[in-house]
Design a protein. Structure first.
Length: 365
């Protein structure tokens, strides 16, 4: 059974889409992935067909419009009566929905986040546009999955729909890579991810003034990088805050294993952040490093259930909570992190995807 999978990105770093496609391929489906060239065209290999739509637009809002039109054309060309459509996030949903109706074929919607509640659209005119689309299409969907329990609850309550299947974007399970006989000096505090607003880095950088014998490593890139570099310089913290850039996945995993604590300290800047289970948290856990996280529902569950680190209710607590984890040391968290890694892994999510797509086939073919 062919599955046409579409997403608005260049495919290279989208680990969720890659894992879903690989899971489908390994379970008797034939995925074909469609992305675009937004953010460049890095060379990549996959075990299934993929293509990237060439966008001419250089401004994101125009690129969205161009992509909708071109994706519709691609889907119309590639789909037939024996096709399942898999739409990733709201920015691919309209073309998929229209083709689903035109050809009378099933559509699965995977909402990686609450798109209409993201900080990038909150309070803007574009939020109304995306909200109108979400309100029009989501209640009509038969098959839907999303990336956290809180997201599923929100969609079910907001649109009075059957609760979506929850497929968490956990990494694949790994053997504990830690050598507890090795100790870092100075200790390494790691943030990995995009350097965006609302990620707490503007609070963590000043907090380094009161944390001795430790360095903050920021692995990533983004629109706030220049501002945070300047902040680091203004505070004379260049010797304690290291910007190590955007890394390839294997190099990032290597760096993560070295760290003594991983940060996910987002601000409550919209429900999409508040209800999220950030990828970085489960990446830290698979690397068996303890975490300091914001006291948001999904991250709270991880820390409270597994005792995998500390949570902060406000940024006044940040330095002290980081110090607690550093003073405890990584070996203190070995058993809790091993238990968490056994549960929070992709292998636990695979049956949910397979069962969902088997249900789609049973009801439609």
């Amino acid at each position: 059974m062919k599955v046409l999978v579409s997403v608005f990105n260049n495919l290279f770093t989208d680990q969720r889409v890659e894992k879903v496609c690989k899971t489908l391929s390994e379970n008797g489906f034939q995925p074909e992935l469609i992305g675009n060239n937004w953010g460049g065209l890095p060379e990549m290999k996959r075990d299934y067909p993929f293509s990237r739509i060439k966008l001419k637009s250089k401004i994101l809002r125009f690129a969205y419009v161009e992509f909708q039109r071109k994706l519709y054309q691609q889907l119309l060309q590639k789909a037939d009566k024996n096709t399942i459509l898999l739409s990733n996030d709201l920015d691919t949903l309209l073309p998929n929905y229209l083709i689903s109706k035109k050809l009378n074929i099933p559509l699965v919607f995977d909402s990686h986040e609450i798109f209409t509640e993201m900080p990038s659209v909150n309070g803007r005119f574009t939020q109304k546009i995306w909200r109108s689309l979400e309100t029009f299409v989501v209640p009509k969907l038969r098959f839907m999955m999303t990336a956290s329990e809180s997201y599923a609850d929100w969609f079910a309550k907001t649109y009075e729909i059957e609760r979506p299947i929850v497929v968490q974007n956990f990494p694949r399970k790994t053997v504990n890579p830690q050598d507890y006989s090795q100790n870092n000096f100075p200790k390494i505090i790691l943030y990995q991810g995009v350097i965006n607003p609302s990620r707490g880095l503007d609070k963590m950088i000043p907090a380094m003034k009161s944390i001795e014998n430790a360095e903050l490593w920021i692995a990533g890139d983004g629109p706030k990088k220049a501002e945070y570099l300047a902040l680091t310089k203004d505070l004379k913290l260049e010797n304690k805050v290291k910007f190590i850039g955007k890394l390839l996945p294997e190099k990032l995993r290597e760096i993560t294993r070295k760290a003594d604590v991983g940060l996910s300290i987002e601000e409550n800047n919209g429900l999409s952040y508040y209800f999220s289970m950030p990828n970085k948290v489960s990446d830290y856990i698979q690397a068996r490093i303890p975490v300091v996280v914001s006291d948001f529902p999904e991250m709270r569950k991880v820390v409270d259930h597994f005792q995998a680190g500390e949570k902060i209710r406000n940024y006044d607590e940040l330095a002290d909570k980081v110090k607690i984890v550093l003073e405890n040391g990584k070996s203190f968290y070995e058993n809790p992190l091993n238990k968490a890694a056994d549960e929070l892994c992709w292998e636990k999510e695979v049956p949910k995807i397979v069962n969902l797509f088997k249900k789609v086939v049973k009801e439609n073919f």
